[in-house]
Design a protein around this ligand. Structure first.
Ligand code: GRF
Length: 213
């Protein structure tokens, strides 16, 4: 059984977060994960120089990196520079927390089984943009949150953890999104702690199946 990297007593488990927006999931990681259980947030990078997430990182004394698309000839080159930065930090795990760009295939391959994403729906339902609107438009009774490994597709990688959230007939985008966001702030830190603790592995006989202890 293939296991994800784990914290080993002496050396902290090094986490890098990629974020493009407000960064409330990053804040949950800063508040609930960083500096605990042998886990250190060693860097936060963004494709958006003005992302409020970067301010949250600076406020926590965490090094930041900015890799805007326009500063590089193409996405592969940008992801190469981002990947080098992440490797220099010695990252064991990359968490995408509202990172609004697809990673290029070489970047996915470079950090395969070491990159996770949080998505505000019960995948495989409603991948891609604005899953909260998708769920409301579809009229589902239950939606939720998924944390999954990142592969070359859109929100298509092996699922690590999910939490369901009931949709009330009177919910609008704001009310549903608020409950989803609150669930994300618990589920993503939980997944990071489980991976750091060696409690997550991919079943070699079924690479879609993630086992959690
Ligand atoms: C989250 O809902 C995340 O799942 C999605 O983008 C949102 C980012 O929120 N991919 P925040 O920036 O962490 O507040």
């Amino acid at each position: 059984m293939k296991s994800s990297p784990t914290s080993d007593g002496d050396r902290p488990f090094r986490l890098v977060v990629l974020a493009s927006g407000t960064g409330t999931n990053l804040q949950a990681i800063i508040d609930r994960v960083h500096g605990r259980d042998g886990i250190e947030l060693v860097g936060v990078a963004s494709n958006k120089p003005e992302a409020p997430a970067l301010e949250r990182a600076r406020g926590a004394g965490v090094p930041v990196g900015v890799f805007p698309r326009g500063a590089y000839p193409d996405r592969e080159t940008r992801d190469g520079a981002l990947g080098d930065w992440i490797e220099e930090l010695g990252a064991d795990l990359i968490a995408l927390a509202g990172y609004m760009e697809l990673l290029t295939p070489p970047m996915v391959e470079r950090f395969r089984d070491r990159t996770i994403n949080v998505h505000p729906a019960l995948l495989p339902a409603f991948p891609g943009l604005d899953p909260v609107s998708q769920a409301l438009a579809h009229g589902v009774k239950v939606t939720g949150v998924t944390v999954h490994f990142v592969d070359e597709g859109v929100d298509s990688g092996p699922i690590i953890l999910q939490r369901s959230i009931e949709v009330d007939p009177d919910d609008d985008w704001d009310s549903l999104e608020r409950r989803i966001h609150a669930a994300e702030h618990e589920l993503l830190p939980t997944a990071i702690r489980m991976i750091a603790g060696g409690r997550v592995s991919i079943d070699p006989s079924n690479p879609r199946l993630v086992r959690t202890d």
